[in-house]
Design a protein. Structure first.
Length: 75
């Protein structure tokens, strides 16, 4: 599965109430647009895209568990 960046831009514009940086918004987008609940699958989607992979690396997220912990700490 690939991230549809055009849809993500639309999602961000239609959801101005979402707080956080683009990475947090991207995770919410994947959860919403792709109806994905599994952090392992979300992590795999993020890992398969160069831009989102850089976002993961910037935050030091190397596993699905680390992604889940990062998102839960953000809330």
């Amino acid at each position: 599965m690939q991230i549809n960046w055009d849809e993500f831009k639309t999602f961000k514009n239609e959801m101005p109430h979402l707080k956080g940086d683009n990475f947090i918004k991207l995770v919410y987008f994947i959860k919403s647009f792709y109806n994905e609940k599994s952090y392992q699958k979300i992590f795999n989607i993020l890992q398969s895209d160069e831009i989102s992979k850089m976002m993961l690396e910037k935050r030091g997220i190397k596993t699905a568990y680390a992604l889940e912990k990062f998102i839960n700490e953000y809330k």
